[in-house]
Design a protein around this ligand. Structure first.
Ligand code: ARG
Length: 560
């Protein structure tokens, strides 16, 4: 809100639109350079004058009670907020709006589908799918806060040639009792063995393909095995989702589109987009410098791409989205490029809204973690370990805590999720269990702990706040906190617009740090005439930390 006051002042003085000046206004890197800065370099070029000159002329001509100073410095106009004014204003706003602080209506209830999580059945839930789940969930929460309507879709990988291979392996070497006891690890073993033996024996791949064909043709026995694998997998995934507190609006996986692909293939044919390449049906994309999109294999088997085409069309028809997001690792960049172009070629201009949101891989010893190579780290084990650790900590520090189990879950899961979300989405991450479980430094539990500390202070003070006013000294002392609180709406807007939850993770760390250093310096509960102002600050910090954590999909216990 103060940013827009500054933008309006500049716009008026320069005869530009507020939109344009809003985009140009920056945040000075150093607190002593004020709260907003307007750079005059572009203007200087345009007018062939020095930026210093333009800045000082401009600064001279501006004034507004919201700012205590508007000064030129090094080619910038720096705006310094009137601290009591802005401080009281932000505390009152948070007091009134509570968790809704930072919300907006820019989304205008437009519908956005988010394809997220989407693990593959008969395999363990991988670290890559963890990334998709937590990044996708947070983006969903951010978009909802911006006034969008969100539909979360778990596009489970439950169809494809690999299930032919798996059925084939089960037929040859499977032991029903063993598989029943320990389904996913046993199926994984069978799958790995299939690949090992297929390397020696060409016949095997053919057998696998034959089983997949049977499955696609609805063979009862193949279907029964497939259904069993799927049910058990979904049950296991469900446990992970429950621990993480994640839910979906739809579990329509790849198999869901089995009866919806014919129509798409026909349509591609009618529109003259299909061509034959080595017996397979493809859509040529050489004019886009891309390899062809494979629609049907030589033996008539459908592919991942075919199912995604059918899914995109189904989603448009079912939800009438304005945007359709896919939170999937960057190794599938090409796939989503192709998907979008094929839909365009089919004449669907809504394909414009198809957006791949890529993220980095989880690396182990510099390489992508491989399901097939064995030494896989299992997500449910990581989560359980994190929760156990949190539980041990609570037992040591706060043995009588009520709802201890739920708090341990929130803190353990908070550590794992925050560790992921604080990284820039696109960067690869080196897997480190130690880092994921860490509770000190820039971690989820550190933020949760700060929130709990604020709650404890408030519980002790028992003060009922109505409309917090802040005096000059308190505003100056608490300025790092107040200025951070003022930035929350901007942080949310940025994070939502860039699909970047790490902005919020960094935000809550900064706010928590500002608060902890204040807490270390100031006797918050001292009974003096400034108590109400300080309680106002603690209340606002508590509210915004909890809301920031919520946007990351992380709980904020009141005690821990
Ligand atoms: N199951 C896929 C995988 O693990 C991810 C699916 C992503 N969503 C999609 N619509 N293709 O690689």
């Amino acid at each position: 809100m103060y940013k827009s006051i500054a933008a309006e002042l500049v716009a008026e003085a320069l005869n530009k639109s507020t939109e344009e000046t809003t985009k140009m206004i920056e945040r000075p890197k150093q607190l002593q350079h004020g709260d907003y800065a307007f750079p005059c370099f572009a203007l200087a070029k345009e007018k062939r004058q020095s930026p210093q000159y333009i800045a000082s002329e401009l600064a001279e001509s501006l004034s507004n009670p919201a700012f205590s100073a508007i000064e030129a410095m090094g080619g910038y106009v720096n705006f310094t907020l009137h601290k009591e004014h802005a401080g009281s204003h932000v505390l009152q706003t948070i007091q009134q709006q509570q968790a809704a602080y930072g919300s907006s209506t820019v989304g205008q209830k437009e519908l956005v589908t988010i394809d997220l999580s989407s693990p593959n059945i008969a395999k363990p839930f991988s670290m890559g799918h963890l990334r998709s789940t937590v990044i996708g969930s947070s983006i969903g929460l951010l978009l909802e806060k911006q006034g969008y309507q969100v539909v979360r879709i778990n596009h489970v990988g439950d169809w494809g040639t690999q299930f032919g291979k798996l059925i084939c392996a089960y037929e040859k070497w499977g032991d029903e009792a063993k598989v029943r006891r320990n389904t996913i690890p046993e199926l994984l073993k069978l799958y790995i063995r299939f690949h090992e033996e297929a390397a020696q024996n060409e016949q095997l791949d053919q057998e696998g393909r034959d089983w997949f064909r049977k499955l696609e043709q609805g063979d009862a026995y193949a279907k029964k095995l497939w259904r069993w694998f799927r049910d058990v997998s979904m049950e296991e995934f469900g446990r992970v989702y429950e621990l993480m507190g994640v839910t979906f609006d739809s579990d329509a996986g790849e198999a869901f589109y089995n009866d919806k692909m014919d129509r798409v293939v026909k349509e591609l044919e009618q529109k003259g987009l299909l061509s034959l390449s080595e017996g397979a049906q493809v859509v040529e994309l050489n004019t886009y410098n891309l390899p062809p999109s494979l629609i049907k294999k030589k033996d008539g088997a459908t592919l991942y791409a075919t199912r995604d085409l059918a899914a995109a069309i189904y989603r448009k028809e079912t939800y009438n989205f304005s945007r359709s997001l896919y939170v999937v690792g960057h190794e599938q960049n090409l796939h989503f490029q192709q998907l979008k172009i094929v839909l365009m070629k089919m004449g669907y201009d809504w394909a414009d809204g198809i957006t791949h949101i890529p993220f980095g891989m989880v690396l182990q010893d510099g390489k992508k973690m491989s399901t097939r190579k064995g030494k896989l780290v299992l997500l449910d084990k990581v989560l359980e370990q994190a929760i156990q650790l949190a539980d041990d900590n609570i037992s040591k520090k706060n043995p009588n805590l009520i709802h201890k189990e739920e708090v341990a879950r929130q803190v353990g899961v908070g550590a794992v999720l925050f560790h992921d979300l604080k990284q820039e989405r696109i960067h690869d991450i080196d897997f480190s269990l130690e880092d994921m479980l860490r509770v000190e430094g820039e971690t989820g539990p550190y933020v949760q702990y700060t929130h709990a500390r604020a709650c404890t202070l408030l519980a002790k003070s028992e003060m009922n706040l109505t409309s917090p006013e802040i005096d000059k000294d308190t505003a100056a002392e608490a300025w790092p906190i107040l200025s951070q609180l003022l930035q929350f709406p901007e942080a949310v807007t940025y994070a939502a617009a860039n699909y970047d939850p790490s902005r919020i993770a960094k935000y809550v760390i900064d706010l928590a740090q500002a608060f902890n250093s204040y807490y270390g310096k100031v006797r918050i509960l001292e009974e003096d005439e400034k108590l109400a102002a300080r309680i106002g600050i603690v209340t606002a910090v508590k509210t915004v930390l909890a809301e920031g954590l919520r946007l990351l999909g992380i709980g904020a216990p009141k005690q821990m």
